[in-house]
Design a protein around this ligand. Sequence first.
Ligand SMILES: Cc1cc2nc3c(=O)[nH]c(=O)nc-3n(C[C@H](O)[C@H](O)[C@H](O)COP(=O)(O)OP(=O)(O)OC[C@H]3O[C@@H](n4cnc5c(N)ncnc54)[C@H](O)[C@@H]3O)c2cc1C
Ligand code: FES
Length: 266
Amino acid sequence: MNPNCRKRMGAIRLETMKVVVQDEIAPAIYELVLEGEMVEAMRAGQFLHLRVPDDAHLLRRPISISSIDKFKKQCHLIYRIEGSGTAIFSTLKAGDSLDVMGPQGNGFDLSELDQRSRVLLVGGGIGVPPLLEVAKQLHECEVEITTVLGFATKDAVILEDELARYSKVFVTTDDGSYGIKGNVSVVIKELDTEFDAIYSCGAPGMMKYINQTFYDHPRAYLSLESRMACGMGACYACVLKVPDSETVSQRVCEDGPVFKTGTVVL
Ligand SMILES: Cc1cc2nc3c(=O)[nH]c(=O)nc-3n(C[C@H](O)[C@H](O)[C@H](O)COP(=O)(O)OP(=O)(O)OC[C@H]3O[C@@H](n4cnc5c(N)ncnc54)[C@H](O)[C@@H]3O)c2cc1C
Ligand code: FES
């Protein structure tokens, strides 16, 4: 059994990590490889809170950990340029350093799965990256994995080949320019498998669909995004409501970003 399947929270820390390499893997989408001691504590589904190396940007930017190599002390992040912070990240080059807080958040619970388990991964757009480490670790546990990926168009497709090393992959595009035309629901409706666990990350519409479709499933998980400030549970900028409660809330940065379906209001 891969020991990563059973670990829970890692320690939160600050570190200056080294940029090993940065590549543009699709239009405006970059893969950044960072090296440092923090990698030892990382788990699938956690994120890093990155300081933008520019004094005009006070808030850090949260980016999910896409894959982890503890032997090399390296982790891979994949991000899309959205605004000025991510545009500055895209200028980083090998040898530069980056101020990193993390690993943050709870990560995916991959425990209690083994070679008899069947797992569904559902990813959309720039939400696909954190599922790569999930697939890698579950594959080491000999879990049977089906992956359904949804993208806007052919140019935006990422990580299909990497995920295909560990799982059977279906790709959909909204405009039909690659794979199956439509969104992930077109494929999921046709799957006649009872899955032991579902792990998902994607745009709000996709997360609502997964939340509704697998609302009562005992092991269906959503990795959610929210605008963040502190990224460590102190400021309550990132809260979500809990069903049937006006007073209880969940912080995406500290209680998430991974939530069981049916436990937060989307
Ligand atoms: C837990 C988590 C994991 C994420 N993982 C990834 C990832 O792996 N790859 C990726 O491309 N993007 C990811 N994002 C989204 C990413 O954080 C934003 O795209 C980024 O912060 C935008 O910063 P900016 O300065 O370029 O854009 P701006 O729009 O200029 O950002 C302005 C402010 O809004 C915040 N913000 C903007 N969009 C988002 C958003 N969608 N979510 C949270 N805060 C936002 C920024 O942090 C910043 O404080 C993740 C977000 C969260 C919450
Ligand atoms: S961002 Fe401050 S509590 Fe989540």
